[in-house]
Design a protein around this ligand. Structure first.
Ligand code: DAH
Length: 355
């Protein structure tokens, strides 16, 4: 066989084999087999020296042409193969944009936030401001300035989460250390902050989270929400407290509800009471919901103790006031007959979406 036959045979072989190549790796193998250092075409090129001189120009030309053809064919196949592979990949990965999307489930405002805002609206309508206060407090604001005696049981670590215990050496912990740092157990401390910052007349509420070392059960949560209220002005009397809180109760529970003021004790108010509203289930007759009393307790309140005014330097001869603390979870429970307060904390949308 002559060299020109060999060259043609190589070109035909490569062209035939190219048709069957499916991957870029196989294509590369084919290229090396023909054009690589030890490839079939390269070997023929090396033999060019043995060709009689008169045939050499023609043979050289033919060899170069075959080489260019083979090279070209491989390059074309490479482009075609790359395109086919890409198309295959795109086809496999395309998303059907006509499929319906996955619906995002929209949440609702949490029941406690709803009631908190409702309470804010009621008092804003009466001209009150809405204040804020720190969750992390010192013993001074949470207890002392609120007239709580040093041995008041609520100061103990059993009833208060302490963050830093600065009780002086030798003193009983949490009793005398005024710089003890704690998670506020009540929003009442905000009364002190506001009175330190503002001159009377003060008409304010403060909604916020409070913390107590209670194990969560049907009636207790270690973290819950209160709305504190404080009024300090000239000539404020118990009738103002009663008129305001009666109005509040009827706004939140309904016009037909009666209220009852039961004497109680709070260190920062004198006199103090707890307010009950008539049971909405039995209308005062007595039922399981109100434990047969006909009444449901909803808040604590009282006339601001002059000691508290004196602590912040407000003239208790000139000014008087009243204060109250509403438990927001309690309002929710009473309004919607919730059997277990923990339902408010679990984030179960089947429950929360009802409101
Ligand atoms: N801080 C009280 C508590 O957590 C609630 C309270 C009672 C607040 C009477 C008041 C008040 O402002 O006057 O139980």
């Amino acid at each position: 066989m002559s060299m020109s036959d060999d060259l043609k045979a190589i070109q035909e072989k490569v062209e035939a084999e190219l048709k069957g190549v499916q991957t870029l790796e196989d294509l590369e193998k084919l290229r090396v087999a023909a054009l690589g250092k030890k490839g079939s075409l390269t070997a023929i090129m090396h033999m060019m020296g043995k060709v009689p001189p008169e045939q050499r120009p023609e043979m050289g030309k033919l060899a170069n042409m075959v080489r260019a053809n083979v090279d070209n064919a491989i390059k074309q196949q490479k482009v075609a193969l790359g395109k086919a592979l890409l198309e295959k990949k795109i086809a496999a990965e395309t998303a059907d944009v006509t499929l319906p999307g996955r619906r995002l489930s929209r949440g609702t405002e949490h029941l406690i936030s709803q009631i908190r805002e409702e309470i804010e609206d009621i008092f804003c309508g009466l001209g009150y401001t809405v204040e804020d206060g720190p969750y992390v407090e010192t013993t001074y604001y949470n207890f002392t300035a609120l007239n709580a005696p040093e041995d008041h049981p609520s100061r103990s670590a059993k009833d208060t989460f302490y963050v830093v215990d600065n009780a002086p050496e030798g003193k009983e912990s949490h009793v005398l250390g005024e710089s003890d740092v704690l998670l506020r157990t009540q929003t009442s401390g905000v009364q002190v902050h506001v009175m330190e910052e503002k001159e009377p007349p003060i008409y304010m509420i403060c909604p916020g989270t409070v913390f107590r070392p209670d194990t969560a059960d049907a009636n207790h949560l270690p973290q819950f929400t209160q709305v504190e209220g404080l009024v300090v002005d000239e000539g404020i009397a118990f009738g103002d407290l009663k008129g305001t809180l009666d109005y509040f109760c009827r706004e939140i529970f309904g016009k037909d509800r009666a209220t009852r003021y039961r004497p109680h004790f709070f260190p920062f108010t004198e006199p103090s009471c707890e307010v009950d509203v008539s049971c909405g289930v039995c209308h005062g007759e007595g039922c399981r919901f109100c434990k047969n009393t006909g009444w449901l307790e909803i808040l604590g309140c009282g006339m601001v103790d002059p000691n508290v005014l004196n602590y912040v330097g407000i003239d208790s001869e000139k000014y008087s006031g009243f204060a109250f603390g509403i438990g927001v979870e309690r309002v929710a429970a009473l309004r919607y007959d919730l059997p277990d307060l923990r339902m408010l904390m679990t984030g179960d949308m089947r429950f929360l979406r009802q409101f």
